[in-house]
Design a protein around this ligand. Structure first.
Ligand SMILES: [Zn+2]
Length: 254
């Protein structure tokens, strides 16, 4: 993999370069026994920094990260199941419908509170129980998608959803709130709630959700989300941002 994080810098991550390794991984537990260790920003297991290419010429070498099967001192124990499901280990392919995949979906097994929190975290929009259930119910197919698992299916639900109505919803992310304040012409925030301006009672806003894409430089899966407002036939883009696929714990009761 081409990226890493540390216990101190997560959820932010860095590209694996000589400069970033020397800056963030210079001390124990990251530097031990002549090796640099770090944390995988997707599955949060320990990784070791390795180099590929000609070791005699620093120009020809490329640094990259590899999961380790043992737990280095000072790190949390390796979670083997998460390593197995990690998008950043090896070549990852797009999340697509897979007719051969065994569908283990059972709505009774879902921890809906955790799913709701995960969807809110990913989008920056507060999900109600009703909206969460609507996404689960309409997005059942996502559980059949290749690459979708018990850790990342909220992202899959968003890929399948296409769009979500935002009018009347609470915005949970300060950066999105700032974008709405700066760019929306037809709606405004009352507290955290998105409402039409009184002069535009018919105005609406929705979140358009794109398909799964892979950032070739970092390896992360993401989708492009666009907040779009409409007033009669006028349609305006208020803001565009990336929703990056993440692993969440306890989405399913075991
Ligand atoms: Zn990983």
């Amino acid at each position: 993999m081409k990226v890493f994080t540390t216990m101190q810098t997560s959820p932010k991550w860095h590209y694996i370069t000589k400069a970033s390794v020397e800056r963030y991984l210079a001390l124990y537990p990251y530097w031990q026994k002549d090796k640099y260790y770090a944390i995988c920003p997707y599955c949060h297991n320990p990784i070791v920094i390795t180099q590929r290419g000609n070791s005699r010429s620093s120009h020809a070498t490329t640094l990259f990260g590899k999961h380790v099967s043992y737990t280095p001192k000072g790190f949390n124990n390796v979670n083997v199941d998460k390593v197995k499901h990690c998008f950043l280990s090896g070549q990852s392919s797009l999340i697509t419908s897979d007719v051969l995949k065994d569908n283990h979906f059972n709505s009774h097994e879902l921890n809906v509170k955790r799913v709701r929190q995960a969807l809110s975290y990913l989008t920056g929009v507060r999900f109600s129980n009703k909206l969460t259930w609507a996404l689960i119910y309409n997005g059942k197919d996502a559980f059949n998608y290749r690459g979708i698992d018990n850790y990342n299916f909220p992202f899959g639900l968003l890929v399948v959803a296409n769009s979500i109505g935002l009018t009347g919803r609470l915005i949970a992310n300060p950066r999105l709130e700032a974008k709405i304040k700066d760019n929306s012409q037809f709606l405004h925030l009352v507290g955290h709630q998105l409402k039409p301006l009184s002069v535009f009672p018919n105005a609406r806003m929705k979140l358009i959700l794109g398909n799964d894409e892979i950032n070739q430089r970092s390896g992360f899966h993401f989708l492009i989300a666009q907040m779009v407002e409409t007033n009669h036939e006028v349609q305006r883009v208020v803001c565009t941002y990336h929703v990056v696929c993440k692993m969440f714990d306890e989405l399913v009761y075991k």
